[in-house]
Design a protein around this ligand. Structure first.
Ligand code: AHR
Length: 320
């Protein structure tokens, strides 16, 4: 399920023509500045590795910066890439808003910007060339659709607790939206608690402990916006003497190896895929840009859903 066919939107632009940016002289290595969010999850570690490996393989000079979850660090990194006159800037924005000033600076310097994994919320779409990554709303829908099917013979009520991703981030906003869209007209489902676990195992465990303290055995389902928070929560559930995957159904997103191990152990019920393997696609977009080619404005990753029953068979094929 990790094949990476992409769906292109009809809107296309020739970014270099638009920005008036010159291609590097013949034989000069392309320099790409990449600002990563941090290392909050198994997903993010795999994403960083994919980008570094792909840059090496493509012969692209990568300037990599880790923002340690802070938007201000990403803004500093982008400003430093502009000062160093890199050929292309790419980044995965920790939150959606607040990017206009720095993106305008990149545009004024005629440096094209590629968004990977997460998008930005800016009025002027000409501030970035292309956005490659998952459809997070659809991931939320897929998680809820699995739950609806799994519980179709249960009259309810079905009490759900939700571990949200980083506040203000595109995946947290969109996954919540997609999940709620599916359950909103089904009265038996009720989200009784919803709080951020910041996409980390430690925070996922801590918040789940608080949910269990407040709601105890009333909890039927955990919807975690990523696998790491689900894995942290599983620990909290076990420590409370409750069986994860049985007494509480657990639905999460990413489909990292850790989630497959939890599914094979019967502790996680389903993981909706979100592929971090964006490196090769990013490097070919960078090369295309520098060659003056037209890029699609949106490149959506093709992904699947892995219920626990499929985990043992799929595990050997997993790349992250
Ligand atoms: O933006 C993708 C999300 O960020 C992944 O689901 C999560 O694990 C990561 O930290």
């Amino acid at each position: 399920m990790t094949n990476r066919r992409s769906v292109f939107s009809v809107v296309t632009i020739s970014a270099l023509a638009l920005l008036g940016s010159p291609a590097p002289a013949d034989n000069k290595k392309i320099t790409l500045g990449f600002s990563q969010i941090g290392a909050e999850s198994e997903w993010r570690t795999a994403n960083t590795k994919s980008i570094k490996d792909a840059a090496g393989e493509a012969g692209i000079n990568l300037k990599f910066s880790d923002a340690q979850q802070k938007q201000e660090n990403q803004i500093k990194a982008i400003r430093s890439f502009i000062a160093q006159k890199v050929d292309v800037i790419a980044f995965s924005p920790v939150v959606e808003t607040g990017w206009e000033p720095v993106l305008r600076e990149a545009k004024a310097a005629k440096i094209p910007v590629i968004l990977t994994d997460r998008s930005v919320n800016v009025k002027d779409d000409s501030l970035w060339v292309t956005f490659m990554g998952s459809d997070f709303v659809e991931e939320g829908r897929r998680a809820a659709n699995w739950l609806v099917e799994k519980t179709k013979d249960n009259a309810g009520p079905i009490n759900i607790v939700e571990l949200q991703g980083t506040v203000g981030s595109a995946p947290a906003i969109d996954r919540k939206k997609g999940f709620e869209e599916v359950i909103k007209d089904k009265a038996k489902f009720k989200i009784i608690r919803s709080q951020t676990g910041d996409f980390t195992r430690a925070k996922g465990k801590e918040v789940m402990e608080a949910f269990l303290k407040a709601e105890g055995k009333k909890i039927n389902v955990l919807f975690a916006h990523n696998d790491d928070m689900a894995i942290g929560a599983i620990q909290a559930i076990e420590e409370a003497g409750i069986k994860p995957g049985k007494d509480i159904l657990i639905v999460s997103i990413d489909a990292v190896k850790g989630a497959f191990q939890a599914m094979m152990a019967g502790k996680l019920n389903v993981s909706v895929e979100c592929s971090p393997l964006l490196g090769p696609q990013l490097m070919s977009a960078v090369k295309d840009l520098m060659a003056g080619k037209t890029l699609p404005k949106r490149i959506v990753t093709n992904e699947g859903v892995f219920p626990a029953e499929t985990a043992a068979k799929e595990f050997p094929n997993r790349k992250y």
